[in-house]
Design a protein around this ligand. Structure first.
Ligand code: E4P
Length: 218
């Protein structure tokens, strides 16, 4: 299972990279705007820190021609750039064109299995179903991931599932149990994954007991 980090914050990306378990980065216009920095400055920072793993950058146009134009500009910034395209009719046409021309795409804002099916048929390298936003409106986000996994297993589509809009460690656990290819995780949740109160209590006791061990070598 691959771990991407879902942020445009360079400090968080560096921290995740330092853990040596980072497999890629996803951004979106909201995450870029949170940095308060110019778009190109943010993108350059990210591509310098992560030059060889997939970095998803999202287009801002909504028509097919505009999306393709932006995608071609963004793709020139790095060989690892993946173009994030929203799941719309124009988006699907753009995905087909870009993938045919060797530019990798990540179809975003997927909320139903039929949307995922369309993105896979268009040839997307990655598809991003949003689990947290579905949970927010009382739909089972992880059920969507199971359905997409079944469709992929039935037909052998090559698209990789990126479980997106992750809110907590249970989303990551369930994604792993279902067999999703990738989870794109906010940095806060990466930290939560490592935490367990029994680990803290156990370590405190070991350290305390270590004090009373005689003739320690270190
Ligand atoms: C996915 O690539 C998106 O950037 C992201 O996961 C959206 O998450 P949110 O619902 O927390 O905004």
């Amino acid at each position: 299972m691959k771990f991407f980090i879902d942020t445009a914050n360079i400090e968080e990306i560096k921290a995740a990279n330092d853990l040596k378990i980072l497999d890629g980065v996803t951004t979106n216009p909201t995450l870029i705007s949170k940095t308060g920095k110019p778009f190109m400055e943010v993108v350059e920072e990210i591509l310098t820190e992560v030059p060889d793993k997939p970095v998803s950058l999202e287009v801002a146009s909504t028509d097919c021609e505009g999306m393709i134009k932006e995608a071609e500009t963004l793709a020139k910034l790095g060989k690892n750039v993946v173009i994030k395209i929203p799941l719309t009719i124009d988006g699907l046409k753009a995905v087909k064109h870009l993938e045919y021309n060797g530019i990798k795409t990540n179809v975003t804002l997927i909320f139903s299995p039929t949307q995922a099916l369309l993105a896979m048929k268009a040839g997307a390298s990655y598809i991003s179903p949003f689990v947290g936003r579905l949970d927010d409106i009382s739909h089972d986000g992880m059920e969507l991931i199971s359905q997409i996994k079944t469709i992929i297993d039935n037909y052998g589509f090559k698209s990789q599932i990126i479980v997106a809009s992750i809110r907590h460690p249970m989303h990551v656990l369930e994604a792993a149990l279902i067999g999703a290819d990738i989870a794109t995780i906010p940095y806060k949740v990466v930290e939560q994954l490592a935490k367990h109160p029994l680990t803290d209590i156990g370590l405190e006791k070991f350290l305390k007991d270590w004090e009373s061990v005689p003739e320690k070598p270190f």
